[in-house]
Each structure stands twice: as C-alpha cells, then as structure tokens.
Design a protein around this ligand. Structure first.
Ligand SMILES: NC(=O)c1ccc[n+]([C@@H]2O[C@H](COP(=O)([O-])OP(=O)(O)OC[C@H]3O[C@@H](n4cnc5c(N)ncnc54)[C@H](O)[C@@H]3O)[C@@H](O)[C@H]2O)c1
Length: 321
C-alpha cells in the first residue's frame, strides 16, 4: 500500500470521516497533520485511529508495525489551523456539511495554506465550488469518500471547471497507490453514483414498508440473497449485459414499474424514530441489537467486510476496461 512519493497531507475536521481519512493517508505512507476546531474531538481521534488500525492489523490488512507510537508519528494533532497547514501539499476538508462553516474555512485555507497546496473537499451533497475562492480553483477538487474509508475503496473525484488536469491526475494517482478506486466526474452531481443509487433504493424500501407489503427482514433477505449477490462480481451494467439488453429494453418499454413519489417522509421510519430507536447505537432499530455493544457490532461488521474484501480480491470482479 505504500506510496513511492510521500506527501504532506493536512486533514481539517477530525470527526467520523476526518480521523479515518488521516489513518488512510498515514497507511499510504504520507505525513498527516490532523486538526479540528474542537479540542475534545481532536483528542478522541487518537484512540479511534488506533482502534481502526487494530481491526485492520487483526485481519492481516496491515502489518503489526503500525503500533500506537508509529501511528502517532505518522498522524500529528494540531489545535491551530495555521500550524496544521504548514507546508501542506494536499488539504483534505472534512468539516461539518454546512455552507457557512465550509465558506469560512475555505477563506481561512485561502489565507493560510501554501499557494501550491491542493484543496480537496469531502462534501457529500453541497456543491462547494462556489464557496472556494476562485484563485484556488486550479488546484481544488472534490474527493468524496465513503465510511469507513479504510474499508470502502470508492472515492468520487470532481474537478472544478478550472482544475489543472495534472492536479486531478496527481490526486487520482495518490488514491490508486493507496489501493483506492477513484471515479472521476466531469462536474458536480448530487449524490455522485453510489449515494444516488442508495437514495433510490431507500425510497423503494420505505414504500414497501409503508404499504405493509414486506418486513424489514424480508427486504434484507431479498437484497443479500438476490440483488446484492451478483453486484460485487458484475456490478449493475455488467449484469445488464449478462441478462441481455433486449430484455432490459423490453422491461423498460413495458413500463410496469412506477417509481415512488418523493414525499420526504416514511410512516414506518417516523414511528420507529419517535420511539427513540436509532439503530445499532441505541441497541435497536429495524432489528434488536441489544445483546451486543455498539463497539462490538461495528468491529464485527468491519471484520466481516474485510473477509468479503479478501474473498473478492481472489474472485476478482468481472469489470472489463
Ligand atoms: N459521515 C459520512 O458517512 C460521510 C461520508 C462522506 C462524506 N461525508 C462528508 O464529510 C464531511 C465531514 O463529515 P463527518 O461525518 O466526519 O462529520 P462530523 O460531524 O463527524 O465531523 C465534522 C468535524 O468538523 C469539525 N469542524 C467543524 N467546523 C470546523 C472548522 N472550521 N475547522 C476545523 N474543524 C471543524 C467539527 O468539530 C467536527 O469534529 C461532511 O462534509 C460530510 O458531508 C461524510
């Protein structure tokens, strides 16, 4: 996983994404400076980074030399933004998804980051380009990761209208050297591909639940044993080729399927959330998770994901160039 050309990477925002991104870049051989405006969140990052590294080491994904002291050397914590940005080659913006917060930060980055630094935003749904001072556009872009980024390899990459193609190439090269899978978009598209598909699935799932057609478990059985089984091997477009495009075209022409209306609500979801259930973190949601602690459940999920990734590396997806 090591990169032949280590860079100085500053990660701004040490929350759910930021601490994990700091780990990804450190494991990729880069020097990372991590900062957050909250001292408490910054202080918590160390144990979260160590726990994630331990999960990867247990699964044999990284070697055991990634001790807490090596991690602390690779990821240094900085309360002061100017200090964190010292000599940065690449700045990863991973702060709160709010226009006012991001606007204020980009102004600070413009003042404090070296002129040659590349600015990469992890924005989920906000088109951040209008918030970035124009003179930085040549060296700015979006790199949108998925959580946890040390397990999920996809990274959506979106250049601004003015991004130097060499910058996009440099960043995608860095990502690929870390074993990541960048997908480059020509312009900002809300939800990119993966989140858009996830949104479409969510709309359909909540319609099925609200109409009382199936249970949550039946949805998951249908996904795990049907829909999802082929996806890691042939994706969605490859599956269409295997099905036969004539049939896909005929199904489309039959137009028997009507997508759900977007109402912004689900009766089922409202009822569960109003009972105080939030899912794994509260011991229950669609399922009862109360027999284990959230930390154990996340660890167990991650270890199974790592087993699946290992298996997929052997099986190899069928996605021709
Ligand atoms: N959570 C996800 O699954 C996910 C996935 C992809 C992208 N994202 C995006 O990544 C970004 C961060 O999301 P998150 O889930 O890590 O959020 P989070 O709330 O866990 O962390 C955000 C952190 O930013 C810090 N912060 C806010 N303003 C700051 C500033 N001016 N300077 C320094 N630190 C500041 C906060 O203290 C907080 O610790 C958002 O844009 C989000 O949309 C999140």
């Amino acid at each position: 996983m090591a990169n032949s050309h280590p860079r100085k990477v500053t990660v701004v925002g040490a929350g759910l994404m930021g601490h994990a991104l700091a780990l990804v870049f450190a494991l990729g051989g880069h020097r990372v400076r991590l900062t957050d405006r909250s001292g408490a969140i910054l202080a918590e990052a160390t144990s979260l980074i160590e726990a994630a590294a331990a999960t990867l080491a247990e699964a044999g994904e990284i070697d055991s030399s990634w001790s807490p002291s090596r991690l602390a050397e690779a990821v240094t914590l900085h309360e002061d933004l100017g200090d964190a940005l010292l000599e940065a080659d690449l700045v990863i913006e991973a702060i709160t998804e709010r226009v006012d917060a991001k606007t204020a930060l980009f102004e600070q980055l413009d003042r404090l980051a070296p002129p040659a630094a590349i600015i990469a935003s992890n924005t989920s749904n906000l088109d951040v380009f209008p918030l970035i001072p124009r003179r930085r556009w040549k060296r700015a872009l979006i790199t949108h990761w998925y959580t946890p980024p040390y397990l999920v390899d996809l990274v959506d990459v979106v250049p601004t209208e003015e991004t130097d193609p060499a910058v996009t190439e440099e960043v995608t090269g860095m990502l690929e050297a870390m074993g990541k899978v960048p997908v480059v978009f020509p312009r900002f598209v809300t939800g990119y591909v993966a989140n858009r598909l996830q949104e479409a699935i969510a709309l359909e799932v909540f319609r099925l639940l609200d109409e009382g057609i199936v249970t949550a478990r039946e949805i998951d059985l249908s996904v795990i044993h049907g829909l999802a089984l082929r996806m890691p091997i042939v994706g969605v477009m490859g599956k269409a080729d295997f099905t036969g495009l004539g049939l896909i075209r005929q199904n489309m022409a039959n137009a028997t399927y009507q997508p759900p209306k977007v109402t912004g609500r689900s009766r089922t979801l409202d009822a569960i959330v109003e009972q105080g259930a939030d899912g794994v973190r509260t011991g229950g949601g669609f399922y009862d998770w109360s027999e284990s602690t959230p930390a154990d459940l996340f660890r167990e999920r991650d270890s199974r994901l790592l087993s699946l990734k290992r298996a997929l590396r052997q099986i190899r997806p069928m996605v021709p160039r």
